[in-house]
Design a protein around this ligand. Structure first.
Ligand SMILES: Cc1ncc(COP(=O)(O)O)c(C=O)c1O
Length: 344
């Protein structure tokens, strides 16, 4: 296939989507106020809706997923303490060292049963450092990611998450879930959001990824923790004023773009099949959600795949690392256009 003069389909990330015309119209009509004073009706409506949907006491609108995660960790842990999580988690890999640089926290690796994300509950108690153990940083929080970015958009199965929450409760350690793409997990598992809310202590969700809003995340938790989170958010410079325009985009995205995630999941499966056929030397798992990884044994083959997808089918993929090519299907990749490019 030759890409010819067709526009390139950009599959580098689901963060690149641009607001649709309908979303822009909704944003234009937003009622706004000063959100610092809790006087932005659109922000208040979004926060109340999220708390209700997830069955959690309160929510705080945040400028980004990174801030949402870091504010949560700041609320749950003190400087010098440790966050127990996979070294492959976003909070360790992609938050520019904020864990240590801003929050003074240390990452400690959690025992895992599956590459990148599912915690081995049987071995969890041995990994916990109590305040009485003077030589090591006290475990303040356990953190997981759902879906897991570097594991290729894998869900954290709800039953496993519930077991983890129960184990954390027994151990007296709070559980933070980075649910930047929780929407994808909820769609695939067909489970009400409240079940995810019950299976953690704090939850961060993003609107600016698969849901297609331009900006915005939210942190959910108890009233007390979200009250503290709003203060930490202010300290970190993340309190926005008339940000109802953005909250309306998030609400619009929840209404209009949640169910269509099924298209992205279908597109990802088609892309995975195409990559496996076109590059037989690659190992390509069947994707669970919207992220596809093709793992190569050498960097030259990974580069050839990136180049071939671009020149052959007009698909712009990205490099997760030197050996791994990544494609992410999203709102701005129409399923029919993707099918046409893949000959599927
Ligand atoms: C799993 C996960 N968590 C958190 C974030 C951070 O979101 P943001 O880019 O809004 O800071 C991302 C961003 O892609 C992500 O993939």
């Amino acid at each position: 296939v030759n890409a010819g003069s067709r526009p390139v389909l950009d599959l580098r990330s689901d963060t690149i989507t641009k607001p649709t015309l309908a979303m822009r119209s909704a944003m234009m009509a937003a009622e706004v106020g000063d959100a610092y004073y809790d006087e932005d009706p659109s922000v208040n409506a979004l926060e109340e809706r999220l708390a209700l949907d997830f069955g959690m006491e309160a929510a705080a609108f945040m400028p980004s997923g990174t801030m949402s995660n870091q504010v949560a960790l700041r609320v749950l842990a003190r400087a010098g303490e440790a966050v127990l999580c996979s070294p492959d988690n976003h909070v360790v890999q992609y938050e520019t060292g904020a864990l240590a640089g801003i929050n003074g926290l240390q990452h400690m690796p959690v025992p895992l049963v599956s590459a990148g994300h599912v915690v081995d509950i049987a071995r969890l108690p041995d990994a916990i450092v109590t305040p009485a153990m003077r030589h090591a940083p006290t475990t303040a929080v356990v953190a997981v990611e759902n879906t897991h970015l570097r594991a290729g958009g894998r869900t954290y199965p709800i039953a496993a998450l519930e077991e983890l929450k129960a184990a954390c409760l027994r151990l007296g350690i709070p559980l933070h879930v980075d649910g930047a793409r929780l929407w994808h997990a909820a769609r695939v598992e067909g489970i009400p959001l409240a079940r995810y809310g019950a299976a953690c202590d704090t939850l961060s969700v993003c609107f600016s990824k698969g849901l297609g809003a331009p900006v915005g995340s939210a942190l959910l938790g108890s009233r007390e923790r979200i009250g503290s989170a709003k203060k930490v958010r202010k300290m970190m410079g993340g309190t926005m004023r008339q940000c109802g325009f953005l909250a309306v985009a998030a609400s619009f995205a929840l209404d209009a773009h949640f169910a269509r995630l099924d298209d992205d999941h279908m597109g990802a499966r088609l892309l995975a099949r195409w990559l496996a056929d076109a590059w037989p030397s690659a190992s390509v798992d069947v994707p669970e959600t919207n992220i596809v990884l093709a793992r190569f044994l050498d960097a030259a083959s990974a580069r050839a795949c990136l180049e071939g997808a671009l020149t052959g089918a007009g698909l712009r993929l990205s490099a997760l690392d030197a050996l791994t090519v990544r494609g992410v299907v999203h709102l701005d990749v129409p399923l029919e256009e993707l099918r046409a490019r893949l000959g599927a």
